[in-house]
Structures are given as structure tokens and as C-alpha cells.
Design a protein around this ligand. Structure first.
Ligand SMILES: [Zn+2]
Ligand SMILES: [Zn+2]
Length: 314
């Protein structure tokens, strides 16, 4: 066993008297701060931004998500035995596409919509919210299944924004209550070890016990997991990787492009800005996406809050 691997008892192996400390493989989200932090960052990034109105709206949505997360509190997640069974089979214990959702997530959605409705929402957004409220629970469940599994029809994209936001709240709540010691990275290193979803972006740390470590952040449950640098998030190759910035954007945000699979993923550098937040900084750097897409690279995975039409429903 090499240094940095996990022993069968779950403890880090390595030199106990010093030497290089291995990074934590998995960091679970804090459901009491995750969405408030994103909201604060979005508000800061909106200042002087060409898409300020939209970023302010997304900040309101994040604040409403935090209210919903606080209202939901602790949920009855999978039993430890079920988690252990999934992990032993190298499966994510909260598999987004197979997990049987607790109906409580509808309560979270209701709180989220109530909160947004009160907070200066635009007329088109209010229309979408009213229509979503009038839907039967079965319709909402089907939309959630579509979002997590097969995709969403364009005409439902407006409602899907709020359903996706409520699912983020629900899965973040569940992930936060897992026992980190019982989890393992998946063989597919580009997928979340808790729910199997794709990451929204990567963050390269500048402080803590292991500065310079890359963590990918789950787009659904906000779990962060270690992913070695110099290895493509999508295909695992390292030969054709390069970083591309955006002159008009922040130095802290780069697109890591891969010439092997022709995809890119966003990487955020704490050394350039200690306040980077993967969810907020991804939304505020859409200009970089446009630039890199124009040059021929496809994004590794979509941001769940950026489905087709989402920005048009304001
Ligand atoms: Zn996840
Ligand atoms: Zn690749």
C-alpha cells in the first residue's frame, strides 16, 4: 500500500512523524451554509457584471435554497448497512438516478417557492412558480425523474430550474449526514462518490493541510472529492490538457481543455481568489464557456441550473 491510500480500517497510511500529508479523499457538504455561501458570492460577483440582473436572481434562488435546507433539517437517509452495501459494490450510496426519494423534498420545494415569491421575483418567474405550484405531485415527481435521468422537455425548462434547485437542497441534506469514513471514491473518478453526479467545477486549494490539491464539487449534492491534477475529468488522460483563461474574466477561473476527448471543465484557483465558490463562479463565468465552446470544446457536463431556457424565464 502506498502512502495516501486508505487502509482497510479507513485510516490514512503514511508517515506518522511527518512527511507529506495525504489530502482528505472526500469532504461532505455543510448543509447549513452551502447555499448561503453561494448566494453571498453571487451577489459579490454581480457587481459591475454584464449579467448582473441574472446573477442577482440566482443569488435570490440560492438564498431561498438555504431557507429550504434549514427548514428541511435532518432527513431519514439510507441506513448505514445500505450505505456500506453500496460502497462495497463501488456504487454511490445516494445514486441520483436510483435513490428512492423521500417525499420531504416536496416540502423543500414548497418553502423554496414561497421564499422566492416574497423576494422581488420578476413577473415571468412568478408565472412559472404559480404554474409549478398548481401541478400535481406526480407531475413534479416525473419532472424530477426526467431531470435526474433522461432529460427535460424544453417547455418544462422553467419549472425544471426550481425542481433542480429543490433536488440540490434535498441531496445536499442527505449527503451532509453520511459518515465520511464509510465512503470511498468511485472507480469513475470524475463522478461524485455520494450520488454519482458530475461535478460543476474543480477547486485547487491554496490553504489547509494540503494546499495545491484539486477537489471536484458535485453539481447535485455538493460533496467535494479529490481528483489528481493533470488528469482529464472526463477521460482520465493527461497528455493533451491545457488551461485557458478569459481576458475579461477573473484570473481565478480557467477552463481545463483536453485534446484527447475534446471536453473542458472549469477550474477555480484559491491562490488567485480565496473566496471562489464552484457554484457561483461557474455561473458568473459563462463568457468563458462561450469562448471555449466557440473554439471547439464541449463542456464535460452541464450546470443543473443552466438548462435550456432557464435564463429566459426571468
Ligand atoms: Zn453528489
Ligand atoms: Zn479528456
Amino acid at each position: 500500500m502506498r502512502q495516501g491510500e486508505i487502509s482497510s480500517k479507513g485510516a490514512w497510511t503514511g508517515n506518522p512523524s511527518g512527511g507529506v500529508k495525504a489530502p482528505d479523499p472526500i469532504i461532505l457538504p455543510d448543509a447549513t451554509t452551502r447555499f448561503a455561501r453561494t448566494a453571498t458570492r453571487l451577489e459579490a460577483l454581480a457587481v459591475g457584471h454584464p449579467m448582473a440582473t441574472w446573477l442577482h436572481f440566482m443569488a435570490q434562488l440560492s438564498r431561498a435554497q438555504q431557507v429550504a435546507a434549514n427548514a428541511l433539517g435532518h432527513l431519514a437517509g439510507p441506513t448505514q448497512a445500505a450505505v456500506d452495501l453500496a460502497v462495497a459494490a463501488r456504487m454511490p450510496p445516494l445514486a441520483a438516478d436510483g435513490h428512492e426519494r423521500d417525499i420531504a423534498w416536496h416540502d423543500g420545494l414548497a418553502v423554496l417557492l414561497d421564499t422566492l415569491d416574497v423576494d422581488a421575483t420578476t413577473a415571468p418567474a412568478r408565472e412559472v412558480i404559480a404554474a409549478l405550484r398548481a401541478r400535481a405531485p406526480a407531475w413534479v415527481e416525473a419532472l424530477a425523474d426526467g431531470f435526474l435521468q433522461s432529460g427535460v422537455d424544453v417547455e418544462d425548462a422553467g419549472a425544471a430550474l426550481y425542481v433542480a434547485a429543490a433536488l440540490q437542497v434535498y441531496f445536499t441534506r442527505l449527503a451532509a449526514d453520511l459518515s465520511v469514513a464509510s465512503l470511498r471514491l468511485l472507480p469513475e473518478r470524475g463522478l461524485c462518490p455520494c450520488c454519482g453526479s458530475t461535478p460543476v467545477a474543480g477547486v485547487v486549494t491554496a490553504s489547509g493541510q494540503t494546499p495545491g490539491t484539486r477537489y471536484l464539487h458535485c453539481s447535485l449534492c455538493a460533496t467535494a472529492w479529490n481528483h489528481v491534477r493533470a488528469m482529464c475529468v472526463t477521460c482520465g488522460q493527461g497528455r493533451g490538457l491545457s488551461l485557458k483563461g478569459f481576458e475579461a474574466g477573473s484570473d481565478a477561473v480557467k477552463a481545463e481543455t483536453c485534446d484527447d476527448c475534446h471536453t473542458y471543465a472549469k477550474m477555480l484557483y484559491q491562490a488567485q481568489d480565496t473566496q471562489v465558490d464552484p457554484f457561483a463562479d461557474d455561473l458568473a463565468s459563462l463568457g468563458l464557456d462561450l469562448l471555449v465552446a466557440k473554439a471547439g470544446w464541449a463542456r464535460h457536463a452541464p450546470n443543473p441550473l443552466l438548462l435550456i431556457g432557464a435564463a429566459d424565464s426571468l
